[in-house]
Design a protein. Sequence first.
Length: 353
Amino acid sequence: MQLGIIGMPMVGKTTMFELLTGSSDKGSQGKAQTAIARIPDSRIDYLSGVFKPKKTTYAQLEVVDIPGLTPGGEKNSALFLDAVRRADALLHVVRLFDNELVPYIYDSIDPIRDIETINYELLLSDLDLIEKRIERINSNKKRSQMLKELGLLERLRDALNEEKAISSVAINDDEQEIMSTYQFLTNKPLLICLNISENEISLEEYPQKDRIMEYSRQTNIPVVAVSADIEREIAELEPAEKEIFLQDLGITETGLAKISRSMYQRLGLISFFTVGEDEVKAWTIEAGTSARKAAGKIHSDIERGFIRAEVVDYQVFKDLGSMVAVKEKGLFRLEGKEYVVKDGEIVHFRFNV
């Protein structure tokens, strides 16, 4: 799974990339940079503190810092679209901070303008692809065998001509099979990240908030507000200092944790945990995954020889404080291969091969 970070130049996009991944490579200016992000999870922090394992492994996500889009730059636009095409999901960083020391390509800060500028580039790319495909189908001798695809493409074209994203178009199961053969840019899961001033983070108020929230409701694109400056300070703190710092700000989670949680929701992903003295680990699966398939994330032998899953919810474990207490209370559940694993469950798989 690859997350592409997009945005205009000088919005804090690369700073977000560096904070998410811990990367500080300055040698690839103007080119897409790729690194692995560790997904912050306070549940893993707690479990690691309890089990004190030799190794703690957080969920991971491949992140790409896509060069900023400069309106009117044809070469820049081509590079931008090519990088976007390879990403599975998009995080659009939008500038809301006002700082004279950080110049901007526009004379004003207008988040909706910036969002729509990039969305329009994605829309035009999809429209060009669809129109060329429709033209090829109409000139094909086997056109009569391609009417289902043609009908779908014409509906998508109509939506794009109305400046609506392909993700807003209702698609049935048969059409979904056709959709899977395309990489439509406006169909990719999208999250908007507002980079706000540090003095606005604790108040949860920022310029044009009502306007942005209305845009989010109309387009069904989720929005999170983060201060890159604050996140940079948090990243330099020890865990105990970090908690005090967040309390002083009046917030319960870091912006990076907020981004990760929101993106997981957008992608339909969840985490389950395996625990022990050797390792505490978060495993990422799609919501709705069966216990047997989840076992396969760990090893194919566990999936093949699956017997049962021993399951306890994270919060139940935290309330009781130990596996011994969980077992004494009889709160370990035995689940079969078709059981759907839930977010935050601690799972131990029994298997035989």
